[in-house]
Design a protein around this ligand. Structure first.
Ligand code: NAD
Length: 279
C-alpha cells in the first residue's frame, strides 16, 4: 500500500491565501499581541515565523517581551491590561513559559473573547458542550489535515496519544464531535500498541521520538504526527517512526511540514474570526 503524504505546508499556504483576501474585506487590520517571557531560542523562532506569516496576511503583530524573572502576578496583570485595551483583538502567550511561572493562571487571565489559542477554560468548555467557541489551534490544524484524507469521519475509530490541555484533550473532543469512537492514551496506558493498532485515525502528541512504529498502525490508517523532538544533529523529529510506517499507514503527516504549519494557519484563522465576531 502506498502511504500518502498529508502536506501541512501546502494546505496552510492555501488557507493563508484565502485569509489574506478575507482580511482585505475587513474594516480594519486585526491586531494580535504576543507575550514572550524570557529568551527561549525555539520560542523566538516560532514568534518570528508567526509574525512573518501574520504580516503577510495583513494581521498586525506586537510582541511584548517580558524578563525571564517576571512573576506570575506581573504576567497576569499585563494580560489584564491587554484584555482592557480595545486596540488588541487577540492575545497569545508563547509557550512554554519559564518553569517558575503558573501556565494555567496565565492562560486563564486571557479574556476568552481574545483567546486566539482557544486554551481558556471557557473556550475549552465550549468545545465540550458544543457552544460556539475559539478552538485550540494545533488540534484544529490536525482535524483539517484529517479531513484532507477523509471528509466524513462518522463511525471511525480514533486514538489520541497524549492528554494535554494544549493538544491531546481538545483533539479527542474534536474527533468525538466528528462522531468518531475515541480512545485517549497517555503515559499510564497499558498495551499502547494494541490500542493504536485499532485506530482508523491515529494522532500522536507525546514528544517521544519514534514511539509509533509499524505495528502500532492499522493498514490504511490516517496518522497525524504532532510530536516534536530534537535529534542529535539538531534537526526535528516526530513521534512516528516514518520509515517503519511507510507502506502501512494510508496517510501520514511529515515532520517538519505537517502539523506545525497548520497550527500557525489556525492561529491566523482564529484571529480573522475574532475580528469578524464569528464565535
Ligand atoms: P505534554 O508534555 O503536555 O504532553 C505529552 C503527553 O504525552 C502527556 O499527556 C503524556 O501522558 C503523554 N505521554 C508521554 N509519554 C507517553 C508514552 N510513553 N505513551 C503514551 N503517552 C505518553 O506535551 P504537549 O504540549 O501535549 O505536546 C506534545 C508534543 O507535541 C510535544 O512534542 C510538542 O512539542 C508537540 N507540539 C507540536 C505542535 C505543532 O504545532 N507541531 C504544537 C503543540 C505541541
Amino acid at each position: 500500500m502506498e502511504t500518502l503524504r498529508l502536506d501541512g505546508r501546502l494546505l496552510a499556504n492555501q488557507i493563508q491565501q484565502k485569509l489574506k483576501e478575507e482580511v482585505r474585506t475587513l474594516p480594519r487590520k486585526p491586531r494580535m499581541s504576543v507575550i514572550y517571557v524570557g529568551d527561549n531560542p525555539a520560542s523566538r523562532i516560532y514568534i518570528n515565523m508567526k509574525t512573518r506569516i501574520a504580516e503577510s496576511i495583513g494581521i498586525e503583530v506586537t510582541v511584548h517581551k517580558m524578563p525571564e524573572q517576571s512573576n506570575t502576578e506581573q504576567l497576569t496583570c499585563f494580560v489584564q491590561k491587554l484584555n482592557e485595551d480595545p486596540s488588541v483583538d487577540g492575545i497569545l502567550i508563547q509557550l512554554p513559559l519559564p518553569k517558575h511561572l503558573d501556565t494555567n493562571a496565565a492562560i486563564e487571565a486571557i479574556s476568552p473573547s481574545k483567546d486566539v489559542d482557544g486554551l481558556t477554560s471557557k473556550n475549552q468548555g465550549g468545545l465540550m458542550t458544543g457552544y460556539p467557541t475559539i478552538l485550540p489551534c494545533t488540534p484544529l490544524g490536525c482535524l483539517r489535515l484529517i479531513h484532507q484524507a477523509r471528509p466524513i469521519l462518522t463511525g471511525l475509530n480514533a486514538v489520541v496519544v497524549g492528554r494535554s490541555r494544549l493538544v491531546g484533550r481538545p483533539m479527542a473532543q474534536l474527533l468525538l464531535n466528528e462522531n468518531c469512537t475515541v480512545a485517549q492514551a497517555h503515559s499510564h496506558t497499558q498495551n499502547l500498541m494494541d490500542i493504536c493498532a485499532r485506530a482508523d485515525i491515529l494522532v500522536s502528541a507525546t514528544g517521544i521520538r519514534g514511539l509509533i512504529k509499524r505495528d502500532f498502525v492499522k493498514p490504511g490508517a490516517i496518522v497525524i504526527d504532532v510530536g516534536i523532538s530534537k535529534t542529535e544533529d539538531g534537526s526535528i523529529a516526530g513521534d512516528v517512526d516514518a520509515e517503519s510506517v511507510m507502506g502501512q499507514a494510508g496517510w501520514l503527516t511529515p515532520v517538519p511540514g505537517g502539523v506545525g504549519p497548520m497550527t500557525v494557519a489556525m492561529i491566523m484563522s482564529n484571529m480573522v474570526n475574532i475580528v469578524k465576531h464569528e464565535f
